[in-house]
Ligand binder design. Sequence first.
Ligand code: DGL
Length: 267
Amino acid sequence: MNNRLGFFDSGVGGFSVLKSVLDIYPGMSCVYLADTARVPYGTRESEEIRQIANEVIEWLKCQELTGVVVACNTTNSLAMDIIENSTNIPTFGLIESAAEIIIEKKIGVLATASTVASKSYTKEILKLWPETFVLEQPCPAFVPLIEREQVDFEHVEKVAAEYLKPLIKANVDAIVLGCSHYPLLSNSLQKLLPSNVRLIDPSIALANKLRNFLNPLDSTNQIQEPFANTRFYSTSDPRGFALRADYWLGIRPEVELVSLHRNACVF
Ligand code: DGL
């Protein structure tokens, strides 16, 4: 059977993950769900993130998937157990994938307030690399900027300079982009950092990990039009989301509106 992967995020952040996976498997059949009605996730309470995760996985379970990619670190840090325990389909998270490829000794993590509060990155990195120094920094202004497409250097610099200060002061050697939205700011962030600091995009680690799971011989390897086999869904304003896909991915897809509150398998 060919693979079909489900991705979900609060908004456009998961595009960074979708792109990394399709870079390796261009013909992969994918379902992308953006919970735009509730973006941002990163300032919500843990209980709410867990309830949302429950709704999302119930919906994804109806999509005939062979794998679920949790393209949202906030869900990954607060509700991965809900996702994993709700389904027998293999699930893939960003935090564990990123921790596995760390080689530096001093690590900074940029993430949402909820992810930072959970300390998931610190725990996961120290589990594998107990000698590592980890400093986490919440960046609450990033997601709204990205969702509004205000990502020119001037806009980013205004807020990023403050966020990066403690990490630069601590002389970190690498910074994990611990929210899937943040790789969309990589170019600006790299300009604000000393040149020796490596930016780590967890989606690249996750995409490489998928090689162990996906059959390299199935049709997902064949080159096709980018995103030709991806179906897009949003929980609000599908037209607006199609325009955002155009901005970030260079395609104008059909986006279907879904309600996650309804019985998920009734269409
Ligand atoms: N992109 C998600 C993450 O990786 C959620 C960001 C948000 O909605 O605040 O955490």
